[in-house]
Write a protein that binds this ligand. Structure first.
Ligand code: ZN
Length: 389
């Protein structure tokens, strides 16, 4: 009898726990600052107001199911591409078309007030984040035009950088750089962004560019999709001094879900996988297939092997926890990189799984108020602080 009572009380406690994380999740304003579905739309014709389950991480119905309130859509094109600005605009068109077809489900918002209005109406609020300064083609009027279309952050560099800033890839692998950090024009870009109220994103930028940004910006900055260097030594992750500097600046680090950025054993596993399938990957690349899509194809084909490479969800939480412990819970959020990464952590199969992050944070001992901040409150504070009054 006693055992029965004991088991019943455990069951009861589990139910309360389940209710509480779901309740916290549905009450929170959930923001993801980095999703690459527009790249999938441009490259593979993915129409994301249709059900794309099994093909992509994201679509309109699945965002809703995951309790997502605000999505900042990454606008990305390869650094080597000509007409990068025109390409960026075409990607923006694909979101505008989805918004036009689904006015009751998703709306483009220009500022904090519109964003809250959309949340109240239970619509997904959409903004753009332009991933790579090369898309402004060294022209401040193009920067301004992208802002007017709804871009609320610019990632200063991708791996391939514009002429006016150096990327983490440049600074760590290119011995022939003519300059490191921001040029005079780069400083003008930053000034213009501060004036417009467009957030400066330091994901992908090199250390020298990062410290130049910290010196120049008058507003809080973001890392839209980067994790912690101390836990995983990737050049795409942020070192402790950088995390501290972002906190001091009032900015926020939006943690990236990419296994290679959150699990220090992943790169080795990835190398083993592609060595085992070298003949096949080579022949796909020979057809002209982009490397990202080659990887995607092989991970899907050898699904059991790929599955065994996925890090546990707890490793993602470790990165959030690390930042919260280093500088406080006010400076960390979510920048998944869904649809820009080939593999995700275990359980986080697609955008319907955001509630599992909330569950894991509850289990780590985070209280409701802190979880609201991590899921969206922190990035909203930074967005608001960037707006011109
Ligand atoms: Zn990226």
């Amino acid at each position: 009898m006693k055992i029965k009572l004991f088991l019943l009380s455990i069951l009861f406690a589990q139910q309360i726990h389940a209710q509480s994380y779901q309740k916290i999740h549905s009450k929170a304003i959930v923001v993801d600052t980095h999703n690459d579905i527009l790249m999938q739309a441009a490259d593979r014709g993915m129409v994301f107001d249709q059900d794309l389950t099994g093909k992509t991480h994201s679509d309109l119905a699945r965002w809703k199911k995951g309790g997502l309130d605000i999505q900042i859509f990454s606008v990305y094109c390869d650094g080597g591409l000509k007409n990068a600005y025109a390409y960026a605009n075409r990607e923006m068109d694909s979101l505008d078309a989805v918004v036009a077809r689904n006015p009751d489900k998703i709306v483009k918002v220009a500022n904090y007030a519109e964003l809250l209005q959309a949340v109240k109406q239970h619509k997904i609020a959409a903004m753009f984040g332009v991933e790579g300064g090369h898309m402004i083609e060294d022209d401040l009027t193009k920067l301004e035009a992208l802002y007017k279309r709804g871009a609320r952050y610019l990632t200063l560099t991708h791996n391939v950088a514009p002429s006016w800033a150096t990327s983490a890839a440049d600074e760590t692998t290119n011995p022939n750089l003519t300059h490191k950090g921001l040029t005079d024009f780069g400083k003008q870009v930053l000034q213009k962004m501060n004036e417009l109220g467009m957030m400066i994103d330091v994901s992908h930028v090199g250390d020298q560019s990062f410290w130049d940004v910290i010196k120049i910006t008058t507003k809080p900055i973001i890392a839209s999709h980067s994790s912690v260097y101390t836990l995983v030594h990737s050049r795409r992750n942020l070192k402790d001094e950088q995390i501290k500097a972002i906190a001091k600046n009032g900015g926020v680090i939006q943690v990236n879900f990419h296994p290679g950025f959150i699990d220090s054993s992943f790169d080795r596993k990835e190398a083993v996988f592609f060595k085992a399938h070298k003949a096949e990957s080579d022949s796909l690349l020979k057809t002209g297939m982009d490397e990202w899509y080659m990887m995607d194809k092989l991970y899907k084909k050898y699904a059991a092997e790929a599955e065994s490479m996925r890090p546990p969800l707890s490793m993602l939480i470790d990165h959030i926890d690390y930042i919260a412990k280093l500088v406080g819970v006010d400076y960390v959020g979510l920048g998944s990189d869904f649809d820009g990464i080939n593999l995700t952590p275990q359980q986080l199969d697609d955008v319907t799984t955001y509630p599992l992050i909330t569950k894991a944070l509850v289990e780590r001992g985070y209280d409701k108020k802190d979880i609201y901040k991590i899921l969206g409150g922190n990035i909203l504070r930074v967005l608001k602080a960037n707006e011109i009054k």
